[in-house]
Design a protein around this ligand. Structure first.
Ligand code: COA
Ligand code: ZN
Length: 375
């Protein structure tokens, strides 16, 4: 494993996140989110693509006026007009893209490879002549012929690009293919390599981490995994994996993850599912008797990451899967003195109501009292 010393996180919630069907953030929401993302410690914040609409243009202006620690990056096509927008607004970094796969060359641009190289080189030189720091993204890189992709990378590097980004635009990479691709590009270039993954097969996070394992420097994420179709790697999954599984010491405030999730849930109006890793309602809930018994003794028994490190709380679910240890734990936490047969009585009652999937404390207290057990 070849993780580079300073892994960077680029948050694309404000840019690609707004490409999620059903989502449109107001400028105020974008400003509020950018401030919290910056406090969390992302290295780059993608502000948006000014050419999309007047409100996105205005948002990029407002975001660029913020005093942030992270680097601000505007997004656009490899065209003079998009570069001019970014220069006019005064954003320091621009990320522009050009589709390099046969499908893109034919259907999007109707150009030959050498015409594409010309357009890309012209755009990079134009951006650099205008004082921009540049990330060039090979859109659909994962379906681009590898020799051509290397040629594009070397060309943009020579023309002055500061970063080269590989986009798995349709999410068709696997972790093994990602490693092969990224390793090959990292070996051919001197500038840092970025990775942009999509979750069409549910492999965005695994692919992004695989890219970092072989020398990519920066990974694109979005809060709650927003983005076109099935979205980008979720910020929470990538960052907690880096810290907990890869032992990376980033300056990221993991305790802010629930806040970021709630903010983006409320602005995007898209709820995450209960079993979503890290941020889902069930991520730190334990249910079966055996599990709860072990967790009460040592949470590590069934937790690879502690909820406290994420400013979250552990919950123990009471239903028909509950065992004696969970009920004894309940009696104690609710302040009841109990005997062995009391535990059996409460358990029998719970198991006779299989349709009830989460007993609340109030319901349990009322039942405990009804069978004559006192505090
Ligand atoms: N680099 C340079 N030129 C590009 C380009 C690229 N990556 N992509 C498209 N163009 C050119 C087209 O060839 C076309 O040129 P022409 O007018 O000479 O024929 C022109 O730009 C208009 O293209 P297009 O983007 O298709 O226009 P549109 O009106 O359909 O969409 C936007 C304009 C801004 C909405 C669109 O670019 C967009 O959807 N942007 C946000 C999404 C995005 O950035 N996706 C890619 C990364 S995830
Ligand atoms: Zn994308």
């Amino acid at each position: 494993m070849d993780l580079i010393a300073k892994i960077e996180i680029l948050d694309s919630t404000l840019r690609e996140g707004e490409q999620t069907p059903g989502v449109s953030f107001s400028i105020n929401e974008k400003v509020a989110l950018a401030k919290r993302l910056d406090a969390f410690g992302v290295d780059f914040i993608e502000l948006g693509h000014p050419a999309v609409s007047p409100d996105v243009y205005e948002a990029v202006e407002a975001l660029n006026d913020l005093d942030l620690n992270g680097k601000k990056m505007a997004h656009g096509r490899a065209s003079k007009s998009d570069i001019n927008d970014v220069v006019a607004i005064g954003v320091g970094w621009m990320g522009f893209f050009f589709g390099t796969s046969p499908l893109s060359l034919k259907h999007k641009f109707n150009v030959t490879k050498s015409e594409a190289l010309n357009r890309i080189e012209t755009a990079v030189k134009y951006g650099k002549d205008n004082g921009l720091k540049l990330r060039f993204t090979a859109e659909d890189a994962s379906r681009t012929d590898i020799d051509f992709l290397i040629q594009v990378g070397q060309l943009v590097q020579l023309a002055g690009a500061d970063r080269f980004s590989l986009a798995d635009t349709v999410g068709c990479l696997t972790p093994a293919k990602t490693k092969e691709l990224v390793n090959c590009i990292v070996c051919e270039l001197d500038i840092p390599v970025h990775i942009h993954c999509h979750n069409d097969f549910g492999m965005a996070t695994a692919n992004a981490l695989s890219a970092l394992e072989v020398g990519a420097q920066c990974v694109d994420v979005a809060v709650n995994g927003l983005g076109e179709r099935c979205g980008l790697p979720p910020l929470a999954e990538v960052v907690t994996s880096l810290v907990n599984l890869y032992k990376v010491n980033g300056d990221w405030d993991l305790g802010m993850i629930p806040e970021l999730t709630e903010l983006v849930t409320s602005f995007s109006k898209l709820e995450s599912t209960d079993n979503q890793p890290i941020v889902g309602k069930n991520a730190f809930s334990h249910k079966a008797g055996l599990h709860v018994k072990a967790v009460v003794k040592d949470p590590k028994s069934y937790e690879a990451i502690s909820p406290e490190s994420l400013n979250r709380k552990r919950t123990l679910v009471i239903d028909k899967y509950t065992g004696r240890a969970a009920i004894e734990n309940k009696f104690k936490s609710l302040g009841f003195a109990y005997k062995k047969h009391d535990v059996t009585a409460v358990l029998n009652m719970i198991k006779s109501r299989p349709e009830k999937v989460d007993w609340t404390n109030e319901e349990l207290i009322s039942h405990i009292k009804s069978i004559g057990i006192q505090v």
